[in-house]
Design a protein around this ligand. Sequence first.
Ligand code: PLP
Length: 356
Amino acid sequence: MEIRDLSVVRPPLAPLDPNRLPFGKTFSPNMFLMDWKADAGWHDPRIVPFGPLSLSPATAVLHYGQEIFEGLKAFRHADGSIHVFRPDRNAARFNRSARRMSMPELPVELHLQAIRTLVARDREWTPPKPGALYIRPAMIATEEALGVKSSSSFLFFIITGPTGPYFNTEGGVRILVARDWVRAAPGGTGFAKTGGNYAASLLAGEEAKRRGCHQVMWLDAVERRHVEEVGAMNLMFVFDGVVTTPPTSGTILEGVTRESIRVVCRELGIPFVERAIHIEEVFNGLENGDCTEIFGCGTAAVVSPVGELVDVVNGEEKVYRVGDGNEGPIARQLRERLTGIQFGEYPDTFGWLMAV
Ligand SMILES: Cc1ncc(COP(=O)(O)O)c(C=O)c1O
């Protein structure tokens, strides 16, 4: 589809320093917009200067939360070329989210064309290693009407911004086990990347912060004992040398990083299994030495070691340390291989990079 170009040319005023780019605070000068209506389908794709959207206070998304989003990254290689990591997987997940939220799907090719064109337009905004350009596609319900029903019109947009590391943590991420709240139940929207899942997590997130934790670990909604995921990452545990992660059974997000790690493990000869993981099994494993590493994985955080788990029992905090709190050998191997592929330092044998 022909994309209208109404962009501005505005390179960064100073070279981008990845170590001084907090996550999600700086935005590139342009954004991509496209509309959907039942009688017209997707139409009017355009790149315009980044700026406020004009929405009526009666707009459906503001009341009923019919919205979905994605998160992926572009990386600058040493030769200056820019590559997006597995955008086809994000575009496919976007459509799974769209179906669950009763929203129109977006042809994957059109989604990829939009990302390619926007990232190329603002190419100076992809910082050098170890930074990356974070890409945020989203879709919102735009019908101007109150009443709970699926909207008759939608806006798809993409914004981007240069970013450095997601966590600035010495000694690993500290995680609070959520005992009082659940994130997602079977039949709900846990597998969809929709704002409501994140809104429902904020109260627990604040409680975690109060206890000096960076993230919340969610347990399953039915038995309240199986590990699911954390706020913005999937979780992996190393039990007796086996990388072990919960299955994606509908209540957790099917992470692109998670799936990439499964493939990288196979290539590196590291055993990898998906199975239900009991929280007591984790605590026991940490105490008796069977569980040697825990790490989170996600686009923003890549591979982030977990240093401590905090459980609150009868008002008392119980803290479980993971190894010596630093990155373990398996997490390091996986992070180095994954980032090696992303930054073009290791051959892209799986065809995971889309050149811009
Ligand atoms: C709830 C949740 N789980 C897991 C992930 C990791 O997914 P991915 O590797 O696709 O970024 C994310 C981040 O997008 C997330 O928000």
